[in-house]
Design a protein around this ligand. Structure first.
Ligand SMILES: Nc1ncnc2c1ncn2[C@@H]1O[C@H](COP(=O)(O)OP(=O)(O)OP(=O)(O)O)[C@@H](O)[C@H]1O
Length: 614
């Protein structure tokens, strides 16, 4: 059976590629993600206003606090109109400033989080819609874990950006610029002295930051590798147990975690160094400024500073220091966000299959009779361009006819069938349905007329009803029950206390293989397609279930053009034609009787082999 899709292994780490540098270009590209905010721009603007107001009141605090110290020093503040502000009034103003700040901060959080929740919902929706509409080769070229992290962790980063990081970035820049303006107003001399201490701090912090980012990237990559192990083993837990490889997997995971921890420890060493550097630099700077400020308070003449002014100055200096440190941290965050938006953008920019287009593109047949013609079809999988999987496949099935594809494993049987569904582009030849090239049909319209019962049915985690109705979401209960009866499934469904509402468990694991298959058959009966692809897998069932499934299949096959991928030759004696496939070519064609009598033929050989085995 062709692996119809998900790439759960392989080594595509492209999706976890290093984060982009914060360049003008990357910034511009990721700004495109802001189109998801556009529908909520009013709320966003109100949030922005609240942010400006809360940052402004925050900046007013040191200034008013300085005036309070001056008032305590018998120098009350006098407004230009002559109104005197004594200690009580200034303290009251200070309180008012804080209350306002609290209010504006609430507004900022309230509006920004609303915008981020809605925008992120839309973003997730857009990514998911894109995922389900992307062609199968996309899923073969990307790892499931990496794709899931697009919609989980990458989106979470963007959510952070919308709700917190942006506001934080703005607040820090505002504090930095505002702080510098305010200290200049208080004392140019002291400000210049203070600013001399900053460039070295910023420079060293920048170097530190770069090192931390490289190390953090390694940690993330190692962690992602460890997560892939968890994901793969959980998805294939049966194989892990069957091969008694629990210890091996535990060891593999432990080793991978060990590498992640090593990388994290090294990164944290630098991170710790960075923090202590910022503390020492910051406080060292404050002490220097205090010392210089104290001498200015002591001095007389034009350089003299009031104590209140010094207090104001020191608090602003602390603000400035904190915002520089904060900006250093934010740089890393902005970088992660740019990385995340880049990943998301890549998915959103992928070209989807032309399904569900409105208006439709191409032929939209209300009915099809099911005449199928493969004309010199050649094909290779996009992931393996050098290997010709099919060559010169040429056959015709008349409406209502049944053909069987037989041949050794890996011969290309499932691939032939999946090409009818247009899961992949042909590399040569063409396929006609009712005389028209399949590419001329509207993709959704054509697929609606084709049903498939796969070799191994994975059900969705809901109820049996939901799983059967997947073939026709508008089906009534009566239709669902009728389909279940025809598929020989009603007997076991009605034996469950919850009947159709019985939950099938993740991927249908609460049902047996035969039961799952009958649910899949009921689903196909409900869909009622003109063309049916049947990947026979009755070999996995015991003879009782096989009889039930076979009965259900006979019911399903009636009056439909059918392509049966046969594994057990005993089940296809009645088909109109058998095509024997070997190495991607049709090597024999004919009825069962014709082929079984052909001396030295592949079919006759396969038949003898199976007969001997049974
Ligand atoms: N998604 C895929 N990507 C790349 N190669 C694939 C893919 N699916 C199948 N192949 C390769 O194409 C060839 C034909 O596979 P296909 O599944 O069509 O064979 P099959 O005859 O149906 O086999 P089986 O009877 O074992 O189901 C094989 O060599 C297989 O390895």
């Amino acid at each position: 059976m062709a692996r119809s899709g998900l790439n759960t292994s392989g080594a595509d780490l492209a999706a976890d590629a290093p984060k982009p540098k914060v360049t003008k270009e990357s910034f511009k590209r990721s700004l495109r993600i802001f189109r998801f905010v556009l529908p909520y721009r009013t709320k966003f603007l109100v949030g922005l206003l609240m942010l400006v107001l809360s940052s402004s009141t925050f900046m007013a605090f040191p200034w008013v606090a300085g005036k309070l110290v001056d008032a305590a020093n018998n120098k009350p503040y006098v407004l230009p109109g002559g109104v005197v502000f004594d200690i009580n009034r200034i303290a009251l103003t200070l309180f008012l400033v804080i209350v306002l700040q609290g209010f504006f901060s609430f507004g900022r959080v309230w509006f920004f989080t609303q915008v981020s929740e809605f925008a992120v919902r839309d973003l997730r929706q857009a990514i998911y819609a894109k995922f389900v509409q992307l062609p199968i080769p996309f899923f073969e070229q990307n790892r499931v874990g990496a794709l899931i992290s697009r919609i989980t962790s990458d989106v979470a980063q963007v959510q952070d950006a919308f709700s917190l990081t942006l506001a934080e970035l703005f607040r820090q820049v505002f504090t930095l610029v505002g702080g510098i303006v305010f200290i200049m107003v208080v004392s140019v001399k002291l400000s210049l002295f203070m600013l001399i201490t900053f460039p070295p701090i910023v420079l060293v912090a920048g170097l530190f930051g770069r090192k931390i980012r490289t190390l953090a990237k390694t940690t993330q990559l190692e962690l992602a590798n460890a997560n892939v192990i968890v994901e793969e083993t959980i998805q294939s837990i049966n194989s892990v147990k069957a091969f008694t490889n629990e210890q091996f997997e535990i060891g593999r995971y432990y080793a991978s975690l060990g590498r992640a921890v090593q990388a994290a420890l090294q990164s944290n060493l630098y991170r710790g160094g960075f923090i202590s550097f910022v503390i020492i630099g910051l406080f060292g700077g404050i002490i220097l400024v205090l010392w210089r400020g104290a001498t200015l308070v002591h001095a007389t003449g034009p350089d003299h500073l009031e104590i209140g002014q010094l207090v104001t100055f020191i608090i602003y200096t602390a603000f400035i220091g904190a915002s520089v440190a904060g900006l250093g941290e934010l740089y890393g965050k902005v970088q992660s966000i740019l990385g995340a938006t880049e990943h998301i953008r890549e998915v959103l920019d992928e070209t989807p299959e032309p399904t569900h287009l409105a208006p439709t593109v191409g032929l939209v047949p209300a009915q099809i009779s099911g005449d199928i013609r493969y004309e010199h079809v050649a094909f290779h999988y996009p992931t393996r361009p050098d290997i010709a999987v099919l060559q010169d496949i040429d056959f015709h099935i008349k409406p209502g006819e049944k053909i069987a594809l037989v041949g050794p494993s890996g011969a290309g049987k499932s691939t032939i069938a999946s090409l009818l569904m247009q899961f992949y582009q042909l590399s040569g030849g063409r396929i006609l349905v009712d005389g028209h090239d399949v590419r001329d049909y509207d993709l959704t319209a054509l697929r609606r007329h084709i049903g498939i019962v796969p070799q191994e049915t994975l059900l969705f985690g809901g109820t049996i009803r939901e799983n059967i109705a997947y073939g026709k979401p508008t089906a009534t209960d009566d239709e669902i029950m009728a389909a279940a009866r025809q598929a020989n499934a009603w007997q076991f469904i009605s034996s469950f206390p919850e009947g159709l509402d019985a939950v099938v468990g993740d991927r249908g694991i609460k049902l047996s293989g035969g039961q799952r298959q009958r649910v899949a058959i009921a689903r196909a009966i409900l869909k009622n397609p003109a063309i049916l692809i049947l990947d026979e897998a009755t070999s996995a069932l015991d003879s009782e279930s096989e009889k039930l499934v076979q009965g259900a299949l006979d019911e399903l096959l009636q009056h439909r053009t059918s392509i049966i991928i046969a594994h057990r030759l005993s089940t296809i004696r009645k088909v109109d034609k058998i095509l024997v496939i070997d190495g991607g070519r049709i090597v024999e064609a004919g009825s069962h009787d014709e082929l079984s009598e052909r001396e030295g033929g592949l079919y006759a050989n396969l038949l003898r082999l199976q007969f001997e085995l049974s």
